[in-house]
Design a protein around this ligand. Structure first.
Ligand SMILES: Cc1cc2nc3c(=O)[nH]c(=O)nc-3n(C[C@H](O)[C@H](O)[C@H](O)COP(=O)(O)OP(=O)(O)OC[C@H]3O[C@@H](n4cnc5c(N)ncnc54)[C@H](O)[C@@H]3O)c2cc1C
Length: 354
């Protein structure tokens, strides 16, 4: 086989391209990942939380009973392969904002306590926050160390001669019925994992992308236990040592990917009301989430260009969804098994009508 021939080219090494390339390589596929190293990619800005419940009614998130165990298993396997810490259990201490929310949690626990507990907090944590309406612990939650997994996987790809650090240029792409030609490289298939940039992809731009911007402050808090995530109007998530990630917001209109003064102001106001211990802002970061109007992933091969695929649309939940669907997509590519009907791009007639 020619040295520059690959089974699959993957465009993008955010968390989607990372886990998809790893599940494919696990199945002995020869993979080339092309990534431009954008420092503002969503995966580099995200806090990495896997939270199994959501909303005012505290319902389970979509497919969580399947996606969470798969994520933990796959990240732990990557940890062993890459010798770096990738995932840890980190429960959310969810502070109630009102009496109404306190009651909603009590009712939910009485009805179905799955993923919730009322275990008492240590005095040190209670002393750090204003907690008039109490709190509930969401258990188990997981924290993915995105910087570790992205950096270690990139290094692994470099060692395997499987990374091209460059901006993917569609002008260099030539597709025939039986192969992909890109510059000096050939492959059987190409899968796009470009995050929010996917909305400009000429093969998939008809999909209902609805990207949105999210921001976070990085703050230093010396007197806070970094084994928990704290959630109220904003979330405080352990980042590194005594640095915590604090966010976030959702902006759909007229956004760019720069941090905004208004976010900083609102977030500091929320912290000032809630935190009883001192903090210091050390950085302010922002990125565009690859969300869509259906809040479901885009997984599958193009109906006309059978050797071009997409793995995108992870929205606010790339850390939990990407591993489960990477495995499903890998088995679809290699054994033609079905992709979950809600995640498969076969649900979009718009692609089939070209
Ligand atoms: C503030 C914020 C907080 C978040 N918190 C969480 C959280 O706690 N938990 C969670 O699960 N999710 C969270 N998310 C969502 C999460 O970030 C996304 O779901 C996830 O990162 C999407 O990963 P991705 O790999 O699909 O896309 P991306 O991370 O955007 O990666 C795409 C990659 O493709 C590369 N690329 C794109 N186009 C090209 C090209 N033409 N050539 C070469 N390379 C290219 C980019 O540089 C990038 O490396 C958060 C997002 C934000 C913004």
């Amino acid at each position: 086989m020619h040295q520059n021939h690959y089974d699959i080219i993957i465009v993008g090494q955010g968390i989607s391209g990372t886990v998809l390339s790893s599940t494919l390589m696990e199945q002995h596929q020869k993979v080339l990942v092309i990534d431009d190293g954008n420092k503002k990619a969503a995966s580099k800005i995200a806090s990495g939380v896997i939270n199994p419940v959501t909303g005012r009614r505290i319902v389970k998130t979509w497919q969580i009973d399947d996606v969470m165990p798969a994520a933990v298993r796959i990240y732990k396997a990557l940890e062993n392969k890459l010798y770096t810490k990738i995932i840890q259990q980190c429960n959310i201490v969810n502070f109630h904002a009102s009496e109404q929310m306190q009651k909603a949690f009590e009712d939910r626990i009485a009805e179905d306590p799955t993923y919730l507990s009322t275990s008492p907090l240590q005095d040190t944590i209670a002393a750090a926050f204003e907690a008039s309406f109490g709190y509930t612990v969401i258990d188990p939650c997981w924290l993915v160390h995105l910087e570790n997994v992205l950096t270690a996987w990139r290094q692994y790809l470099i060692e395997k001669n499987a990374l091209l650090e460059d901006v993917f240029d569609f002008k260099k792409l030539n597709i025939t019925t039986d192969q992909i030609v890109y510059d000096n490289y050939t492959a059987q298939q190409i899968i796009f994992c470009e995050g929010a940039k996917g909305q400009e992809n000429p093969y998939f731009k008809q999909l209902p992308f609805a990207p949105n911007k999210g921001e976070a402050l990085l703050v230093k808090i010396n007197d806070l236990d970094n084994r928990y995530i704290y959630k109220k109007a904003v979330s405080i998530v352990p980042w590194k040592d005594s640095i915590f990630w604090v966010g976030s917001n959702y902006e759909w209109d007229n956004y760019n990917d720069d941090p905004s003064p208004s976010f900083k102001e609102k977030t500091m106001a929320a912290l000032n009301e809630w935190l009883k211990v001192p903090y210091k802002v050390v950085d302010h970061i922002a990125a565009i989430r690859p969300a869509n109007t259906e809040r479901r992933p885009f997984v599958g091969m193009h109906p006309f260009y059978k050797n071009i695929g997409i793995f995108n649309g992870m929205g606010t939940k790339g850390c939990s969804l990407a591993p489960f669907f990477a495995e499903q997509f890998t088995s679809h590519i290699l054994q033609q098994t079905a992709i979950d009907i809600e995640a498969s791009i076969d649900r979009f007639n718009i692609l089939a009508t070209k």
